[in-house]
Design a binder for this molecule. Structure first.
Ligand code: LLP
Length: 429
């Protein structure tokens, strides 16, 4: 049995999100449709902020915009007082557009081009360098006042290999010896203020890897402090806080996370003479995942000698996580919340690939064409990873709040498939 959590509610067998009927939304705006609860985003931000502030005063939360870069979501974060973790000039542009001042934006990119570095430098955002090459090229453009370095703490974690971003196999961050070189180079060039950063991976429900990696990071920070004479303004432990997707998943207790991580942080910074740097975290998924659902309508019921398929109008172009990582997203029949489970189904999308399944072997009530499904925890890495593959226009997004709703991204139309294309190119010599 799945226990509904805020902002979801079962009202007379119909699924509501923050006081709005999913059926009404589907009728009004069609499906596939992403629905995001503004209230839940704010609650998540405040839950984390309060938990951290209980154990340390100087805390900054950087929202990882890649999880959901809808302007309305960014604006909500801005309004809550968040900062932004941006990974592309596009995300910096979106953050600036939503009202974030450059001092609230940290850029953490990898394989960054020179023109992108120029854009970042001109925009005055803080750059978190990912290689010595990137640092050298940045310093040639202009010497920033503030700089951060992404360090590989040699310990990674994550829900899938593709999202483990520290340790031996990853492209991210600088290893200790290169980190020492980077700080020495930046200091010699005239950089005045420094941060140190790590991000070990995504979808972590256990506090242990965060502790082990932070321990290592602070050990490296100590060497940099002692050998290069750097005083750190900030220590950024990255994102990665997981959320429960399966009914049996246990959520990471924020108080335990805060207590343990900050106890280690305070002990080691004191012991190593690192002063009282700002403690930064960069959650994406935690802040927005459970604030969003994806609504999709059943159009086809089909049985083969081996399997029963429910054909819906959302495929991996709408939500790629199940196809890409084998991720589980809980699915509810939004218009039959009291119906009991009847059989096992595969939920398949309209994309011409066998991997286009939102769920496999899922126990669901007896299904009918026209039923409305709600895919939960779709607020993070849902729309932001969607595509137009198979020439399918992307879904619309609706923001809900206390029984009210508004479209925050129009559904793409057929015309949108042709943006920037030319039927016949003019040859250039
Ligand atoms: N900071 C940095 C530098 C990152 O690269 C990421 C995520 C985050 C913060 C935020 O991580 P979060 O708190 O959301 O776990 N598409 C994958 C997740 C990829 C995450 C990439 N980096 C998924 O759908 O599971």
């Amino acid at each position: 049995m799945y226990t509904l959590k805020e902002p979801l509610e079962n009202k007379n067998g119909q699924l509501f999100i923050d006081g709005v009927s999913t059926k009404t939304l589907a009728e009004k705006f069609d499906t596939p449709l992403y629905v995001i609860s503004e209230k839940r985003i704010r609650q998540n931000y405040q839950r984390l902020n309060n938990a951290l502030k209980q154990n340390y005063e100087k805390v900054k939360i950087f929202y990882a915009a890649k999880a959901n870069s809808n302007l309305a979501v960014l604006k909500t974060m801005e309004n809550e007082g968040a900062n932004i973790d941006a990974v592309s000039p596009g995300e910096v542009f979106m953050a600036l557009t939503s009202g974030f001042t450059p001092d609230r934006i940290l850029f953490t990119g990898t394989s960054v081009r020179n023109d992108e570095l120029k854009f970042l430098s001109d925009s005055n955002v803080t750059v978190n360098v990912d290689s010595l090459s990137q640092l050298d090229r940045l310093l040639k453009i202009a010497v920033p006042k503030v700089l951060s370095v992404r360090v590989n703490p040699e310990i990674g974690a994550g829900h899938h290999n593709h999202v483990i971003t520290a340790g031996k196999q990853t492209k991210f961050g600088l290893w200790e010896n290169n980190a020492l070189k980077a700080y020495a180079t930046a200091k010699a060039a005239g950089v005045e203020k420094f941060g140190i950063h790590m991000h070990i991976g995504s979808g972590v429900l256990d506090v242990k890897p965060f502790l082990a990696a932070l321990d290592k990071l602070l050990g490296i920070a100590r060497k940099i402090h002692e050998q290069v004479g750097i005083d750190f303004e900030s220590v950024d432990v990255g994102g990665g806080i997981g959320v429960p997707y399966k009914p049996e998943d246990k959520e990471l207790d924020l108080n335990v996370y805060s207590e343990k991580v900050l106890a280690l942080f305070k002990n080691k910074t004191q012991q190593y003479g690192l002063g009282e740097p700002v403690f930064c975290v960069e959650p994406g998924r935690f802040l927005v995942a459970d604030a969003g659902v994806l609504l999709t309508t059943v159009n086809t019921l089909k049985a083969t000698p081996f399997r029963k398929f429910i054909g819906v109008d959302a495929g991996f172009t709408t939500l790629v996580r199940p196809a890409m990582y084998g991720s589980y997203h809980h699915i509810l029949v939004a218009n039959k919340m009291f119906a009991s489970e009847e059989g096992k189904y595969d939920i398949a999308g309209p994309i011409c690939e066998s991997g286009d399944l939102l769920a496999k072997d899922r126990r669901l009530p007896k299904m009918e064409e026209g039923d409305l499904l709600a895919v939960l925890n779709a607020g993070a890495y849902g729309f932001s990873m969607s595509s137009q593959y198979n020439a399918r226009p992307r879904a619309a997004e609706v923001l809900v709040k206390d029984g009210k709703y508004k479209v925050v991204r129009e559904r793409e139309q057929l015309d949108d498939l042709m943006v920037s294309q030319r039927m016949s190119a003019e040859w250039e010599q």
